[in-house]
Design a protein around this ligand. Structure first.
Ligand code: PLP
Length: 394
C-alpha cells in the first residue's frame, strides 16, 4: 500500500531528535507555554520574516482569533472561497460575522479576484483568501482590491507554510513568469532549499493563520496553530484573546476570551522539525515534477501560477471520472483523497450562503479533483508506481 501520507516514517527519520526534545520537556515539568513555546514563536517569526507570531490551539483558532483581533464581528461580512476546508467558514461564523462566497479560478482553485466586486456590500469588512493545496492565491489583485475598498485581509495559510509569492516573478520562476502560467515542469528549481527573498504565504495581508495539524507540511504531533502578523496591535489582541482576555493572570481586559494554547511538547517537537521544512518542501516540489512529467498527458495536473512558489501540501489532479479513478487506485494499493468533495455552499449546514449553480467553478472542481500520495519521504519507486497506476487506468 502506498498511503497518501506517512507520518510514522517521518518520526522514524527524526526519532533521536524528537525523543530528546520530548524528554527535555517531560523532565522540565513545564507543559503549557513557557520557554519552548516562546522559542518556537521567535523561530517561526524569523523564518517567516515577520515581527510577531502568536501560537494557539489550532489553525481554526488562529483564524477566528485573528478575525476578532482585527475587529471583525457581528454585522460584518467577510468574503471568502467555497472551495476550502470548512474551518475557514467556521472561523468567520465564530467571530460573529457572515461569510460571503465568491467563486474560484479553476486554473489554481483559489479565490477569483475578478469576482470580488460583485460580492462587495457596505457591510464588507475583510477578505479571507485560502492558499489551497500550498499555492498562494493571487494576492496582488486581492490586496489591491482590499486597499481600494478599505478592507482588511486575513490569509488562511493553513496549507501553505513556506509557499512564496513573487508578484513580478522571482529567480526561481524567472522563465515561467515571463511566459505566463504553465504547469509545473522542467524549469522549476527543485531539490534544494529555497532561498527566495520573496514574501512567504501568510505574511502578505494584515495577518496570516497557520495550522500545525499533523498532516500539514510543518505538523505537530497533535493540534496546534499560529497567527503571523506585521501588526503589533493584532498580535497583542490575539495574545489577549487566546489567554482568556488576560495579560496579567486573573485580570481580564477582554470578555469572551479563549483557552487556546500550544503545549510545550508540541513546541519542542515543532522546533526539531522547522529546520527541515525548506528541504521537505523542496522534496515535495521534486516529487510534484515527477508526477507532472509522468501524468500530464493523462490527467489535468496542477497549474503553477507565475507568481507562486507552490509547496505541494497536496498534489491534486483533475479527472472527469474522479471516483472511478480513486476506486481503481485503491484496488492497486494506492491511497488518494478528495480535497474537497462538497463546496461550502452545498453543505447541509451552509445552504443559506448560495444556491446550487451559483459558484460553478468550485462545484465542478469538487466533482473532479483527486489528491495523490504526497509527502517528503515518498521513494522514487513509489512515485513511479503511482504514475504507472494512474496511467494504466483505462
Ligand atoms: C484551509 C484550511 N483552513 C483551516 C484549517 C484548520 O486548521 P486546524 O485543523 O489546525 O484547525 C485547515 C486544516 O485542515 C485547512 O486546511
Amino acid at each position: 500500500m502506498i498511503p497518501i501520507l506517512d507520518l510514522k516514517q517521518e518520526y522514524l527519520e527524526l526519532k533521536s531528535e524528537i525523543d530528546a526534545a520530548v524528554e527535555r520537556v517531560l523532565s522540565s515539568g513545564g507543559f503549557v507555554g513557557g520557554p519552548e513555546v516562546a522559542a518556537l514563536e521567535s523561530e517561526l517569526a524569523a523564518y517567516l520574516k515577520v515581527p510577531h507570531v502568536v501560537t494557539c490551539g489550532s489553525g481554526t483558532d488562529a483564524l477566528f482569533i485573528a478575525l476578532r483581533a482585527m475587529g471583525i464581528g457581528p454585522g460584518d461580512e467577510v468574503i471568502t472561497t467555497p472551495f476550502t476546508f470548512i474551518a475557514t467558514l467556521e472561523a468567520i461564523l465564530h467571530a460573529g460575522a457572515r461569510p460571503v462566497l465568491v467563486d474560484i479560478d479553476p486554473q489554481h482553485y483559489n479565490l477569483n479576484p475578478a469576482r470580488l466586486e460583485a460580492a462587495l456590500t457596505p457591510r464588507t469588512r475583510a477578505i479571507l483568501p485560502v492558499h489551497l493545496y500550498g499555492q498562494v492565491a493571487p494576492m496582488q489583485e486581492i490586496l489591491a482590491f482590499a486597499q481600494r475598498h478599505g478592507l482588511q485581509v486575513l490569509e488562511d495559510a493553513a496549507q501553505a507554510i513556506g509557499a512564496r509569492y513573487c508578484a513580478s516573478g522571482c529567480q526561481h520562476l524567472g522563465e515561467q513568469a515571463q511566459q505566463g502560467s504553465v504547469p509545473i515542469g522542467d524549469r522549476l528549481s527543485v531539490g534544494r532549499p529555497c532561498n527566495c527573498p520573496q514574501p512567504l504565504a501568510g505574511t502578505l495581508g494584515d495577518a496570516g493563520a497557520f495550522s500545525l495539524y499533523p498532516t500539514k507540511n510543518l505538523g505537530a504531533y497533535g493540534d496546534g496553530g499560529f497567527i503571523a502578523t506585521q501588526s503589533e496591535s493584532i498580535a497583542e489582541e490575539s495574545r489577549l484573546l487566546a489567554a482568556h482576555g488576560s495579560r496579567v493572570r486573573y485580570h481580564h481586559v477582554r470578555a469572551a476570551g479563549y483557552t487556546s494554547r500550544l503545549d510545550a511538547l508540541q513546541a519542542a517537537i515543532l522546533r526539531v522539525k522547522l529546520p527541515y521544512l525548506e528541504t521537505w518542501n523542496a522534496r515535495r516540489r521534486q516529487i510534484a515534477q515527477m508526477y507532472h512529467q509522468g501524468l500530464r498527458d493523462r490527467v489535468q495536473v496542477p497549474c503553477e501560477m507565475p507568481y507562486a512558489l507552490h509547496i505541494y501540501h497536496q498534489y491534486t489532479v483533475r479527472h472527469p471520472e474522479r471516483d472511478r479513478l480513486a476506486a481503481y487506485l485503491k484496488n492497486q494499493g494506492i491511497g488518494s483523497s478528495v480535497h474537497y468533495p462538497v463546496p461550502a455552499h452545498l453543505q447541509p449546514a451552509y445552504r443559506d450562503l448560495a444556491p446550487e449553480g451559483a459558484l460553478p467553478a468550485a462545484e465542478a472542481a469538487a466533482r473532479e479533483v483527486l489528491s495523490l500520495p504526497m509527502h517528503p519521504f515518498l521513494q522514487e519507486a513509489q512515485v513511479e508506481a503511482v504514475i504507472q497506476a494512474v496511467r494504466s487506468y483505462a
